[in-house]
Ligand binder design. Structure first.
Ligand code: DX5
Ligand code: ZN
Length: 215
């Protein structure tokens, strides 16, 4: 299993230390949660932090934009070294096809995120163009929330949709991931697990990432 630790739960006063921990761990990606206080009821961080992480990270960045009008920021994000995935919410994009093509034209991989109440079938006509689909297993905005069990059925439905369309998209799940939910998600067909509080509140975060990666 690929693991993407979410820096939302890192200690921002010791960000260097936490970035280095992820560098040295079995994690595949850094997951960065950008919140604007409009699309979600919280504000996290923006470009200065993404750039700071980019300077120290030795693994690709997966940037999850919980913001309205993400199209405005495609070129700015693409200019930051190491940004591999630009993750936009389907619910925030009126012209999703155009946004996806623009992300790819800017040199990034295109990922689309669905909120818990958004059905997988809405991706039917775009999934072949995507590099990743992120299913939210909590309502976005905060770390440390409880996993919504319905996500397991959604993961299986997404796996079927991807396989039936010949899409190369990876399935990423975000929210409430721990060893128990992670194991269920692995069985359901997930490729990448985001984990915030479970990793950063652990006594040994690096060992916790290694355990998740073995799922
Ligand atoms: C929530 C964010 C998540 C969050 C996950 O809106 O998208 O990435 O950091 O946190 P945990 O793993 O604690 O649920
Ligand atoms: Zn996230």
């Amino acid at each position: 299993m690929q693991i993407a630790p979410s820096l939302l739960s890192a200690d921002f006063g010791s960000l260097d230390r936490d970035i280095e921990m992820v560098n040295e761990s079995d994690a595949a990606l850094f997951h960065l949660d950008v919140m604007d206080g409009r699309f979600v009821p919280n504000i996290s961080f923006g470009f200065p932090i993404i750039e700071a992480v980019s300077r120290k990270a030795r693994k690709p960045l997966d940037v999850h934009l919980m913001i309205v009008e993400p199209d405005k920021w495609i070129d700015r994000l693409a200019s930051i070294p190491g940004v591999e995935y630009m993750n936009v919410h389907l619910e925030a994009c009126t012209h999703l096809h155009r946004t996806v093509q623009a992300i790819k034209a800017a040199g990034m991989k295109a990922a689309v995120t669905l909120n818990p109440a958004t059905p997988v079938c809405l991706l039917e006509d775009i999934v072949a163009d995507l590099d990743m689909v992120l299913l939210m297993s909590v309502n976005p905005g905060f770390g440390g929330q409880k996993f919504i069990t319905r996500t397991l059925e959604k993961t299986r439905a997404l796996r079927r949709l991807i396989d039936s369309t010949g899409s190369k998209a990876l399935i990423e799940i975000d929210g409430g991931v721990n060893l128990q939910t992670g194991r269920q998600l692995a069985e359901a067909g997930a490729d990448i697990l985001v984990a915030g509080s479970f990793v950063f509140s652990a006594a040994d975060p690096k060992a916790t990432i290694a355990e998740l990666a073995r799922l």
